[in-house]
Design a protein. Structure first.
Length: 349
């Protein structure tokens, strides 16, 4: 397993990161432990979670994913062998996330409460990477607004500088080693980097955004940060929530699949998406490659990707995803992918 530098942190993370958001909802604790054991044996040393997991977020399962990882760490006594990343929720109305209710914001009080809860559930004294799950600013998130710029709302927001100062306290206290962003824009990354340059807090080492064959918008405004400022991408949803496997074609709803259970696939059901997916499935057939492995291998191969976050609800899916490491994206394959991309550019941003 290739190990890549996590920004300027000095840490090296596996090119494949194990996502965990189904544990505690679609997967049991035992299944989560089995996935962790298998991934570690295959060379994965990077695990991603969040205080709001499992997904879909709700009071009854909130924090369950971190608890599953925590019980695994306690049972295996291998904290030093893995790099743990978790996230604090951005501004939102999930009142159950905080003791006093009232929703979440990225201020000192909320961030302090969030990290203490995560550390308790994870049964560890520190996390290696602490990420802002989404910004405090008003933005169209998770594909809801496409790529069209909209003037920010006039709602209250916590300044980047205040959030950065709160994160600085966590680093100085030893609760957090490094910080990262998620679902962020070029403007946001630039502001956080500027704050670090001014001595207001730690430097971000990564950004976790969606990136896949039908959503390559990261390349347009954010990829340059990876090269020039060593803020690499932790790519989530490399399979577009499973849509790139073809299992949801023509409206199919396989039993037990995420979109079947939770109807949360709207980001990947926009006009033009199915035609793009059909083209990539045809390419995979022509190459004699599993479509999931082709999609994952493409993401892993990008020079601005620090780690590719995969997720699975079965061991068979996990093995298939990890076996994508055996697929090489040659210049010829990349050219064919880019030709499809030119015809079907980013239908699911």
């Amino acid at each position: 397993m290739d190990k890549r530098p996590l920004g300027r942190s000095g840490l090296f993370v596996s090119a494949i990161c194990l996502g965990s958001m189904t544990w505690g909802e679609q997967n049991t604790e035992a299944e989560g432990h089995a996935q962790l054991d298998y991934a570690l044996d295959r060379g994965v040393n990077f695990i991603d979670t969040a205080e709001i997991y499992s997904i879909p977020p709700r009071p009854g399962t909130q924090g369950s994913t971190e608890r599953i990882i925590g019980s695994w760490l306690a049972a295996r006594r291998n904290r030093d062998k893995v790099i743990i990343a978790t996230k604090v929720a951005g501004r939102g109305e999930a009142h159950w996330l905080r003791e006093e209710g009232g929703g979440t914001v990225l201020d000192r009080k909320n961030i302090q409460e969030a990290i203490d809860g995560s550390l308790k559930r994870l049964q560890t004294d520190y996390v290696d990477l602490y990420q802002l799950h989404w910004p405090d600013r008003s933005l169209p998130l998770w594909g809801a607004g496409g790529t069209t710029y909209r003037r920010p709302s006039k709602r209250a927001e916590v300044p980047v500088e205040e959030t950065l100062a709160a994160l600085d306290e966590l680093v100085k206290a030893g609760k957090v080693r490094h910080i990262g962003l998620s679902n962020e824009t070029p403007w946001g990354v630039a502001r956080f980097l500027r704050g670090a340059e001014l001595g207001l807090g730690p430097r971000v080492v990564s950004i976790q955004n969606a990136y896949n064959l039908i959503n390559r918008t990261f390349e347009m405004g954010l990829a340059e940060f990876a090269e020039r400022d060593q803020v690499g991408l932790l790519a989530y949803s490399p399979l577009a929530q499973g849509y790139l496997t073809g299992k949801y074609r023509r409206g199919a709803r396989p039993p037990g699949a995420r979109t079947t259970l939770f109807q949360r696939g709207q980001r990947y059901e926009k006009p033009g998406v199915e035609a793009a997916i059909d083209a990539y499935l045809a390419l995979a057939r022509d190459l004699g490659v599993d479509p999931a492995q082709l999609a994952i291998a493409f993401v892993t191969s990008r020079p601005f990707v620090t780690a590719n976050i995969i997720g699975a609800t079965s061991m068979a899916q996990l093995k298939t995803d990890l076996d994508s490491l055996n697929v090489t994206i040659t210049p010829e394959i990349e050219q064919r992918i880019d030709e499809i991309h030119q015809r079907h550019s980013n239908p699911a941003p």
